[in-house]
Design a protein around this ligand. Structure first.
Ligand code: NZQ
Ligand code: ZN
Length: 392
């Protein structure tokens, strides 16, 4: 087990009706004015936003609102939020929504507390030294942003999707009522479940050794999400299944399943981020579409870990031939994706990149051939291009 530093300062308030506690939770933060940030309307249609306002008003908390965050959240909306918050003297941001809304909130938070252009952080030109405090009311179990240190923003200038991570942006609290996710379309539910699984699989497929505890947590998490995602396919209002998935979503990306590892691979995420930036696909579905191709490209470099995943998560019988087990595991994972109507290649994802677009994806993902991605095997621009081609 390698050394690690596990920091997870977010207060989790979990369960039915917990959104009504938001006013009291913000009151504890002792702030003057709140930005209520949300997406394209699901929180209005469900009545959640009205309940949030009522809870804030009950505690005499001043607020302004900004909706319109879209999946693969845009830099232009972040800039709009920064301007609005400056004008209004906002000193706390409440994200009501999913990963996109929380990430947009984090970016606004950086913009308000650091000099200069907020995109600099995502372009890796500078590091942030602060972020405005943020709270979240989660409406989709997926990105794990409610407990993670990350945010991912898409710059419309060039359609580049980039992430930035720092502990400053970790939410002060995350309110998670599984009932709030009942209204999700199945595609979003399943896409979210893939993302949750991928946050653990990216960490599980690594180059470390002797991690009984972390591996056990990871394997249980993966089995739990697969089981409950299948239940939700036919019964989207099954509270227990929604609750298991929601809790797994936070634990999968708050660092827990990375303790003692080398930090994980993350190549599939990097491959997907370019697809999200250029084709605006749902993040989890994009991950499902590239994972099998990535796995077949690299599994020989860590065949024992792929075999362990196959045996302990995908019920592949133990065998002498680890390579056979690893390949059977990759196939079983793709079968699982198909069983929940998730794509296993780009066509099934609904996109058909041209030759030129494959080159552009590989250029962007390799930062114009100046970096490699992934740890199981470090992938250069040529490898990245090959994987996009395999995934077609
Ligand atoms: O905008 P509204 O109308 O709310 O609709 C959203 C959106 O269309 C809808 N939705 C959310 N909750 C709903 C609902 N519809 C009905 N009922 C509800 N209860 O679902 C759609 C997707 O929402 P979004 O917030 O985009 O989903 P998700 O949580 O999957 O976030 C995806 C974004 O997070 C990034 C992704 O790259 C992507 O940009 N990620 C962020 C991470 C982080 N910050 O740690 C890590 C992840 O790896 C990921 O990269
Ligand atoms: Zn993800």
């Amino acid at each position: 087990m390698l050394n690690f530093n596990y920091y997870t300062p977010t207060r989790v308030v979990f369960g039915k009706g917990t959104e009504n506690e938001v006013g009291a939770l913000i009151k504890e933060q002792n702030r003057k004015k709140v930005l209520v940030h949300y997406g394209s309307g699901s929180v209005i249609r469900s009545g959640l936003l009205d309940r949030v306002y009522a809870s804030l008003e009950a505690e005499n908390i001043c607020y302004v609102s900004l909706g319109g965050v879209v999946p693969n959240p845009r830099l232009s909306k972040v800039r709009e939020g920064i301007e609005l918050c400056r004008r209004e003297g906002v000193d706390f941001i409440l994200a009501v929504g999913g990963g996109s809304v929380i990430d947009s909130s984090k970016a606004i938070g950086y913009g308000l507390t650091n000099e200069g252009d907020v995109w600099d952080f995502y372009a890796k030109k500078r590091t942030a030294t602060a972020c405005l405090p943020i709270g979240a009311i989660l409406t989709i179990a997926a990105a794990g942003s409610e407990m993670s240190d990350s945010s991912v923003i898409t710059n419309e200038d060039g359609w580049i999707k980039r992430g930035y991570s720092s502990n400053y942006s970790r939410c002060k609290f995350a309110i998670m009522n599984p009932e709030l996710t009942y209204t999700l379309p199945d595609y979003q539910t399943q896409s979210g479940c893939v993302d949750i699984m991928m946050h653990t699989m990216e960490r599980y497929l690594n180059h470390s050794t002797n991690m009984e505890m972390t591996d056990g947590i990871s394997e249980a998490l993966l089995r739990t999400v697969m089981k409950n995602a299948r239940i939700l396919k036919n019964n989207p209002t099954n509270y227990e299944a929604r609750a298991e998935v929601m809790w797994a979503g936070s634990l999968s990306h708050n660092g827990l399943t990375g303790c003692g590892t080398d930090g994980g691979d993350w190549a599939s995420h990097q491959l997907e981020h370019e697809l999200g930036g250029m084709f605006d696909v749902a993040h989890g579905a994009g991950l499902a579409a590239v994972w099998g191709s990535w796995a077949r490209y690299v599994y020989k470099d860590r065949v024992d870990r792929f075999a362990k995943l196959a045996e302990n998560v995908l019920a592949i019988p133990h065998a002498e031939d680890q390579e056979k087990m690893a390949l059977a595991g990759i196939e079983a994972m793709e079968d699982y994706y198909r069983s929940v109507d998730m794509p296993t290649n780009l066509r099934e994802l609904g996109i058909d990149p041209t030759e030129e677009q494959i080159m552009e994806l590989a250029d962007k993902c390799s930062f114009q051939n100046t970096r490699t991605i992934g740890k199981v095997r470090a992938l250069n621009r040529e490898d990245i291009e090959a994987i996009y081609r395999m995934a077609r």
